[in-house]
Design a protein around this ligand. Structure first.
Ligand SMILES: Nc1ncnc2c1ncn2[C@@H]1O[C@H](COP(=O)(O)OP(=O)(O)OP(=O)(O)O)[C@@H](O)[C@H]1O
Ligand SMILES: CC(C)(CO)[C@@H](O)C(=O)[O-]
Ligand code: BAL
Length: 259
């Protein structure tokens, strides 16, 4: 497995792959868990070459404390990738990936302003900009994203369509813990007490009731609610559990009931 931490090393490696070989990319911010592992496995199955990027992208963090506290587990990440048969890890640094210091950016003017976008100004400009860069550098046939970040998945699909980018975006189901909490790198930051309490989030979110009522139920359980909203066939929500912001979404029936 190659670990490539400069763009020139990455491009040299990428250019040596013959066009007959299909390439998959799993973009991540590291601190890998079984959710990422499921994306890697799908990528491994569907492509000749499986690549992953590990980059904590500062431009998508509206909250500097959140960025400073983002977990960094490079050694464990490297081992997980090796065990899963990843061919190459792309591990760039900010100055190389942003030679323009973010003067140029990708912006979406509707969906990016809703839900998480309403609470994290500029977040999706940062996400779309870095995903555009990573796709341009990795030139994958397929790129893999989790449904846990439903709004992100819709926006990335929209960008690829809008800019005629030659890549298929593959959405992968949310992997959950035994108590149904969606796995997330930020879960590592929950205290033991808050981790137990967090199980109430998916449980209450699956209540068959209007979104406003579900928001009130979450508040009654002690969560600070950013939003609970139905969007593109999903019930989406973001809450704060102690210091940690958590997101989740579930499919809706047409009548607004959960499957
Ligand atoms: N539980 C999960 N199931 C499926 N995919 C996931 C899961 N968690 C994250 N992913 C996907 O992995 C990719 C990389 O996500 P990222 O590195 O931000 O991890 P994360 O766990 O979502 O971290 P965060 O705490 O920042 O939300 C994204 O496409 C994301 O949707
Ligand atoms: C897609 C992504 C890697 C871009 O930084 C990030 O938003 C994530 O990990 O979901
Ligand atoms: N997985 C979403 C990345 C973020 O919260 O910034």
């Amino acid at each position: 497995m190659k670990i490539l931490n400069s763009i020139s090393a990455w491009q040299k490696w990428r250019n040596a792959i013959p066009p007959t070989q299909s390439v998959g990319l799993v973009p991540t911010m590291g601190a890998l868990h079984a959710g990422h592992q499921s994306l890697i496995r799908r990528c491994r199955q569907e492509n000749d070459i499986c690549t992953i990027s590990l980059f904590v992208n500062p431009t998508q963090f509206n909250d500097q404390e959140d960025l400073a506290n983002y977990p960094n587990t490079f050694e464990a990440d490297r081992k997980l990738c090796e065990d899963e048969g990843v061919d190459a890890i792309f591990f760039p640094d900010y100055n190389e990936l942003y030679p323009d210091d973010y003067r140029y950016r990708v912006s979406e003017s509707e969906v990016s302003r809703l839900l998480c976008g309403a609470h994290r100004p500029g977040h999706f400009d940062g996400v779309l900009s870095v995903v555009m860069k990573l796709l341009n550098l990795a030139r994958p046939d397929r790129a893999y994203f989790g449904e846990k970040d439903w709004q992100q998945l819709q926006l990335v699909k929209g960008m690829v369509e809008a800019f005629f980018m030659p890549v298929t975006i593959v959405g992968c189901p949310t992997v959950r813990d035994t108590d149904q909490l969606a796995l997330s790198s930020r879960n590592f930051r929950l205290s033991q007490v808050d981790r137990q309490k967090a199980a109430g989030f998916p449980r209450i979110l699956s209540t068959q009731a209007p979104a406003e009522q579900v928001a009130r139920l979450l508040e009654a359980d002690g969560f600070a609610v950013d939003y609970v909203q139905d969007f593109k066939g999903r019930r989406c929500a973001a809450i704060h559990c102690g210091e940690v912001r958590l997101i989740d979404n579930l499919p809706l029936y047409e009548k607004g009931e959960h499957i």
